[in-house]
Design a binder for this molecule. Structure first.
Ligand SMILES: C[S@@+](CC[C@H](N)C(=O)[O-])C[C@H]1O[C@@H](n2cnc3c(N)ncnc32)[C@H](O)[C@@H]1O
Length: 316
């Protein structure tokens, strides 16, 4: 751990020095701007402009990232686990279903030797990510990141990835065994020789219910809505809504049509796609025994919780 931190600090210092000359004094953490909603705004009687609601002023990508992502801890986990599995540090990471490429940008910030590719089929989050995340990187870091518009089942990167990520359950868009196996086979073919494929998975008996879960933030409420579930096919439709203190709501800011895959199914299909070493990582409990402690360790047995999230690693 100490060695990793020292290496990281040295590389960050090198990166900084390298970029100093051309650094354009951008603020990495600061979004470049918010969407303007003036065109859709109504007018009060008497011609007075109605004040925009909090929902109208909100940026759904900012809210999404604050609600469901923690790229720092995700990169900590895959970086450390890769080293444990292979005995070396990864350099090239490919983030599938990358959306805004937040995690890819975190990867290139970590070490001067890191290169990151993000792949997503939708140009809209990619454009947002280029404007908000990539633009906030130092010029030297920007050269090491590429956001690619394409289907993860076909995308090919210039350099073979040491790590491929399929996170936030996005691969559940593939709703047949055949589609899933083909995607996994493609990733296996793309990986470097000692590459590792990381995925996440969720489950537990609450996953099969039509329910809403609310998480309070200081300035908004995140609502995860499992709106519809068909137990015959395990097809489900989920949505993310955001609610604000002024009573306004960003309804269905994001929607998903997925198949709810079980952990044994995912492991079996990885095996069918040629991954021979598949490990499941489960987190322990915090001191109060109420929340996950964020420390994921390999396991073959876990508690039958109402709702759980785990990671998987798969090696060819
Ligand atoms: C739930 S978001 C994931 C965002 C981000 N990876 C995260 O961890 O929060 C799912 C993303 O997958 C993308 N997507 C869906 N099907 C895809 C495909 N076949 N190839 C590439 N991207 C796809 C969508 O455009 C969307 O941005």
């Amino acid at each position: 751990m100490a060695e990793h931190e020292a290496e990281q600090a040295t590389n960050q210092a090198k990166d900084q020095a390298q970029d100093q000359a051309q650094d354009q004094a951008t603020d990495p953490g600061k979004p470049a701007g918010k969407k303007k909603s003036g065109a859709r705004r109504g007018r009060r009687r008497g011609g007075q402009k109605a004040a925009p609601s909090m929902a109208e002023q909100a940026d759904r990508h900012v809210l999404y990232e604050r609600s469901v992502q923690c790229p720092e801890s995700e990169i900590d986990f895959v970086d450390e686990t890769y080293k444990k599995l292979t005995g070396r540090r990864a350099r090239v990471l490919r983030e599938d279903f990358c959306g805004t490429g937040n995690t890819t940008c975190e990867w290139v910030r970590r070490r001067q030797t890191n290169r990151g590719y993000g792949v997503d089929i939708d140009p809209e989050p990619l454009a947002w990510g280029r404007a908000h995340h990539v633009a906030g990187l130092r010029p030297g870091q920007q050269k090491r990141v590429e956001l690619i518009e394409g289907d993860v089942r076909e995308a090919v990167t210039e350099r073979a990835p040491d790590i491929v990520l399929a996170m936030n359950f996005s691969y559940w868009i593939f709703d047949t065994r055949e589609m899933m196996r083909r995607y996994f086979e493609h990733i296996r073919a793309q990986l470097a020789e000692d590459g590792v494929f990381f995925l996440d998975c969720y489950g537990g008996y609450d996953a099969y219910r039509e329910i809403e879960e609310r998480t309070e933030h200081e300035d908004f409420t995140y609502v995860w809505d499992q709106a519809w579930f068909n137990p015959v096919t395990n097809a489900c439709r989920c949505a993310i809504h955001f609610e604000f203190p002024d009573g306004s709501r960003l309804d269905r800011a994001f929607t998903y049509s997925w198949r709810l895959w079980t952990l044994p199914e995912v492991r079996e299909i990885l095996g069918e796609a040629g991954f021979s070493d598949v490990v499941v990582y489960w987190q322990g409990w915090d001191a109060a025994g109420e929340e996950g402690d964020g420390v994921f360790v390999p396991t073959e047995e876990a508690d039958a919780d109402a709702g759980w999230i785990c990671y998987l690693s798969a090696r060819p």
